[in-house]
Design a binder for this molecule. Structure first.
Ligand code: SF4
Length: 430
């Protein structure tokens, strides 16, 4: 269930039906202004809406005002254990402060942070982590980790409400994907506040992306989650942003830049499609419009599978074709496919987003497609022909086999050799 309430982190709305917000966290020493600003610029360029910085020390909180002033996107201060740093981060102008009330040193200290947040109108992110649940939930965590996480989160929300504070979002972090899904489903039905989603310590770029896609994707597909962070074990925080965007784009929750569709290739492929896809992806990075571009390794099933693509190419050994919305545009030599594809895309934009068709070129392409498509598609007619061919092949194979195999000895009763002038072996030797 989508959250009912909305908060604003800087100028970014979170929850209450706002687009799902992409955030990440810098990996640099926050007090190292040059390194931190460089990473913030990179994640903003990659599409982060919000950025979080770790604030474990005094020098980090001292660096905050300049970071906030220079950052192109709102900055969240991430604080554990130290309520004084949280209050200082709020006073330094952080657009949001993340605390886990369970590890900040008791309700009295949480209340002081909340008081500062109210005074400065700073939203908080309040969270619970599976690794640091309150003592009274330890046994429940052992028996039912999902129930324990949700109970801790609800208790945190109740504490915020007792303190008459509602300018917050909530996060529950678990390293387990099933627990992340189950706990967020349960919590979203219980509270109206925005939810921050993430699979904590998800892993390397490969496994972490998959875990996040499964965990966050499942929840987002259910309409749960208002802001996401993909956690990857890489210094390059922009990679987290790119993965987060791919998840949102795959679910069509947000659009950003072109969408590239490419077939997985198979034994029918007759050209170097890996290089073509890499080049198409590289060149598409320069476009901001969410056009869909498809690359098919062959025309085995026609181009119907890519009929939704704004533009696409399909190749064969020497010649390929460019198409738009399932309609051929022109055929071109395979080594010119990418250049011609982008020439067509540019023509489309120059004409005010109108596909430019040359009927003669399109006709040639259609003829080429007719020759090349369905070459091995399994129509009922082709299946019947293949079965007949296979049957013929089987007969031919039997004949060949019988010619090559040694003849079985003749039955002595049918053709006796006893009393005659030969033996069977002698005959075979003649
Ligand atoms: S489009 Fe052609 S090459 Fe690509 S996977 Fe399908 S059959 Fe194979």
């Amino acid at each position: 269930m989508a959250s009912e309430r909305q908060i604003h982190v800087g100028d970014v709305p979170v929850g209450g039906g706002a687009p799902v917000v992409v955030q990440t966290m810098t990996k640099t020493e926050t007090a190292n202004l040059q390194a931190t600003m460089s990473q913030i610029d990179q994640v903003a360029k990659a599409g982060a809406d919000l950025v979080r910085v770790a604030v474990p020390r005094e020098q980090d909180v001292r660096a905050l005002p300049e970071i906030i002033a220079r950052s192109p996107i709102p900055v969240i201060a991430d604080i554990h254990f130290n309520h004084t740093l949280a209050i200082k981060a709020i006073e330094a102008g952080a657009h949001c402060v993340r605390i886990n009330p369970g590890n900040i040193g008791g309700e009295e200290k949480v209340a002081q942070v909340v008081e500062a947040a109210k005074r400065c109108e700073t939203p908080l992110r309040v969270g619970v982590n599976s690794g640091s649940l309150p003592k009274h939930l330890r046994q429940l965590e052992f028996d039912d980790p999902v129930e324990a996480l949700v109970t801790a989160a609800v208790e945190t929300v109740e504490l915020m409400e007792r303190l008459d504070f509602r300018n917050f979002k909530v996060s529950m972090k678990s390293t387990s994907v099933p627990n992340t899904i189950a706990s967020n489903r349960m919590l979203s039905a219980k509270i109206p506040y925005p939810l921050h989603l993430g699979v904590t310590e998800a892993g390397t770029k490969w496994s972490g992306s998959l875990k996040s896609a499964v965990g966050l994707g499942t929840l987002l597909a259910d309409g749960i989650g208002d802001t996401i962070r993909v956690s990857l074990s890489t210094f390059h925080a922009e990679e987290e942003v790119k993965v987060a965007w791919e998840i949102l784009k795959a679910l069509k929750l947000r659009a950003k830049g072109p969408v590239l569709i490419a077939c997985p290739t198979c034994g029918r492929l007759q050209f170097d499609m890996d290089s073509v896809v890499a080049e198409v992806e590289r060149r598409l990075a320069a476009y901001e419009d969410p056009i869909e571009v498809s690359v098919l390794g062959c025309a085995v099933n026609g181009i119907g599978e890519a009929r939704h693509a704004d533009f696409g190419i399909t190749g064969a050994k020497d010649m390929g074709m460019i198409y738009s919305k399932g309609e051929p545009l022109k055929k071109v030599p395979t080594d010119r496919l990418v250049d011609e594809l982008f020439a067509e895309i540019d023509r489309y934009y120059e004409a005010g987003r109108k596909v430019q068709r040359d009927e003669r070129a399109a006709q040639e392409a259609r003829a080429w497609l007719a020759e090349n498509e369905d070459a091995s598609a399994m129509t009922p007619e082709k299946l019947a022909a293949l079965e007949a061919e296979a049957a013929n092949d089987a007969v031919a194979e039997q004949v060949l086999e019988s010619m090559l195999s040694p003849a079985p000895p003749l039955d002595e009763e049918l053709s006796p050799v006893a009393g005659r002038r030969f033996t069977r072996n002698q005959m075979a030797e003649r």
